[in-house]
Design a protein around this ligand. Structure first.
Ligand code: C5P
Length: 287
């Protein structure tokens, strides 16, 4: 008697925050040339890979992630099929915890994890660099997730240089219900006056100097996001009096984060922000 063994592969897809994001200019292809320091955080979606009779079945528990027929997980499966010729049935169950459209890179991380997972599931033997190159075709933030927990990202997001994390950071994330479109934020961007250098914050992160990390936080997109989202403007104003080392918006927003002294102060700040009902609050570790 033959017995079929049910296989299952479960992978976490972490969120990211940008500790530094500088826009260096607009490119001929309409994208912007960036320089950014990204770190993964302990908030993650989960992807469960299993077999299906034919085709692809993507199940997602969050309607805000949009129809699964054209989300980044489905597009990642289609890209792998195109590149590998594999036509076997695959089922991916996606459990969302990372807020959608919040600047936390959830969709990009899900896409990167789909590529990683299928590489394992179908024994494709693709290198990290190949996976990152495929990821870049799906979205600007995707390549970073192959090189976490921290990296300097340049170009449109496809040039990734891994960096050290001396000590993980204790962070409070606040995700307002207001969501921002990355495209719209970039479209409202005013050219920066002077490039803020990335080196001081990258060094501080490598040394585990959280005070210096907090002192050098920078996001060129916040001005545009603030104008588009009253929630971002409100969080920024309130954060000025929070007991934390530093605070900023991540990516194109609207999620805001505070770097705290330690986990105890992160929990205490998180609780007091939660009472204000400004959005969903997460206490996480970064890096
Ligand atoms: O690549 P992705 O689909 O994540 O980007 C979403 C939008 O953000 C792009 O259509 C573009 O308008 C803007 N963008 C940009 N420069 C980047 C990354 C994104 O202008 N480096």
């Amino acid at each position: 008697m033959t017995q079929s063994v049910r296989r299952l592969l479960v992978l976490d897809a972490p969120a990211k925050i940008n500790l530094h994001l500088e826009v260096l200019g607009k490119r001929a292809d309409g994208y912007h040339e960036l320089e950014s320091l990204l770190v993964t955080v302990s908030l993650a979606d989960t992807l469960e890979f299993s077999s299906a009779d034919a085709g692809e079945e993507v199940l997602c528990d969050d309607p805000l992630a949009g129809p699964t027929s054209d989300n980044l997980v489905t597009r990642a499966i289609q890209l792998v099929r195109q590149e590998s010729g594999r036509q076997d049935g695959i089922k991916i169950k996606l459990t969302k915890r990372i807020p959608v459209g919040g600047g936390l890179g959830g969709g990009s991380s899900d896409a990167a994890t789909t590529l990683l997972g299928l590489n394992q599931w179908w024994n494709l033997g693709w290198s990290t660099d190949r996976l990152a190159e495929l990821g870049a075709r799906l979205g600007s933030d995707v390549p970073f997730f192959f090189y976490g927990p921290a990296a300097i990202v340049r170009g449109r997001g496809e040039i990734v240089e891994p960096t050290q994390v001396g000590k993980p950071l204790d962070i409070v994330l606040i995700a307002p219900t207001d969501r921002l479109s990355t495209k719209e934020v970039f479209a409202n961007l005013k050219p920066g006056t002077e490039r803020v250098p990335i080196e001081p914050i990258a060094w501080a992160l490598a040394e585990g100097n959280k005070q210096e990390v907090a002192r050098h936080l920078h996001n060129r997109l916040i001005e545009a996001s603030r104008l588009l989202s009253p929630a971002v403007a409100d969080l920024e104003r309130r954060a000025a009096s929070w007991p934390c080392l530093g605070h900023l918006m991540t990516g194109s927003g609207s999620t805001y984060f505070a770097v705290c002294e330690d986990q105890v102060s992160a929990k205490s700040l998180g609780r007091s922000i939660e009472e204000l009902q400004l959005g969903t609050v997460y206490i996480v570790s970064a890096g």
